[in-house]
Design a protein around this ligand. Structure first.
Ligand code: ADP
Ligand code: MG
Length: 315
């Protein structure tokens, strides 16, 4: 039976309030001016959902927001990307999370109020929700303490219902890296950390040692390495793939989430794992050609032309 969605994304949701063109960082007790402000959809999970939808997948999102104006922005922006929002839970006792981004010349300082994303729990996700999709992607466990320790249960439930699964743990702001890998990773088909996160999770200083320490629990491991491309570990073999070079990087916001979107898009379309890695490298690089995490993917015709001109690839 055909399922309504290719991908169900479970993850964090918030808005980004970006204050641009600030001359110096603020000081306590003083006031300074920003020249410009942007209010946009934030969060890694939302960038992933938007971009894999822009590539052509049918996507639903499950996360928690407050019943407030920022919550409305989140819903509207996801809907613009054709992401189904009917499983998003909005709670009138909670506030939607927000990140204030101060852009001072080339630098950024971020302050996040997690709000409702703290409160997503395993009990909020039913078998019925999971059964509606072919693939489950979960991102940003350290920003979601209400569900972090139940991740093994969530992925196991998904696998038992016949879904394939992927997991990007993302950065741990507390730097504890306390995930029980033997409980979680056996239920994950594709584990997608970046290099630094993998080394910190495993408390190793070399990639080989890190892989050795978790290889009994993993099926497909993809290690993202910024402008060095990516490494795939699959069926006991390592494949290092150089990046699609972009000499004019606008910013790297969302490169990892865009890599995930490309990789999983090919995976759900039953391409070889090598093809998935190559496409992930491409969509990661594409993300660096425009400001923020979703802009480069918004218009498919533009994307097709740009990818052909810049990277010599036919989409
Ligand atoms: N400057 C760049 N040029 C080309 N590709 C890049 C660049 N930065 C990132 N990428 C691609 O995007 C992927 C993800 O970026 P990375 O920064 O490693 O992820 P994360 O955002 O999770 O830290 C990389 O593996 C690479 O393929
Ligand atoms: Mg990342």
């Amino acid at each position: 039976m055909k399922k309504p969605y290719d991908v169900l994304v479970v993850g964090e949701l918030n808005v980004d309030i970006i204050l641009h063109d600030i001359d110096t960082f603020p000081e306590v007790g003083k006031e300074i001016l920003a020249q410009r402000m942007t209010l946009t959809l934030g969060s890694s999970s939302a960038i992933f959902a938007s971009n894999i939808a822009s590539l052509g997948a049918s996507v639903a999102f499950l996360g928690k927001i407050g019943s407030d104006k920022f919550g409305d922005v989140v819903l509207r922006e996801l809907q613009k990307k054709k992401v189904d929002v009917s499983m998003i839970l909005s709670d009138d006792q909670l506030s939607t999370g927000a990140t204030v981004v101060l852009v001072v010349q080339e630098d950024r300082a971020n302050i996040t109020y997690p709000g409702a994303m703290n409160d997503l729990r395993i009990g909020d996700i039913s078998k019925d929700d999971l059964s509606k999709a072919r693939h489950l992607h979960f991102s940003s466990c350290f920003l979601q303490p209400g569900i972090k320790d139940d991740l093994g249960k969530l992925f196991k439930m998904a696998k038992e219902l016949g879904l394939t699964t992927s997991f990007d743990m993302q950065w741990d702001p507390l730097e504890n890296w306390d995930i029980d890998v033997k409980e979680v990773l056996p239920w994950v088909d594709i584990f997608l950390p970046n290099e630094k996160e993998l080394l910190l999770l495993t408390a190793k200083s070399k990639i080989n040692e890190a892989i050795d320490s978790i290889k009994e629990f993993i099926r497909i491991l993809v290690i993202k390495r910024g402008n060095k491309g990516s490494i795939l570990f699959y069926k006991n073999k390592l494949k290092e793939l150089p990046p699609f070079l972009n000499k004019n990087v606008v910013d790297t916001v969302g490169a990892g989430d865009s890599f995930n979107a490309g990789f999983i898009f090919k995976y759900i379309n039953r391409c070889s794992i090598e093809k998935c890695q190559e496409f992930g490298n491409l969509t990661g690089a594409v993300s660096t050609t425009a400001a923020g995490g979703v802009k480069a993917f918004e218009d498919y015709e533009y994307l097709k032309k740009m990818v052909k001109n810049k990277f010599g690839v036919n989409l």
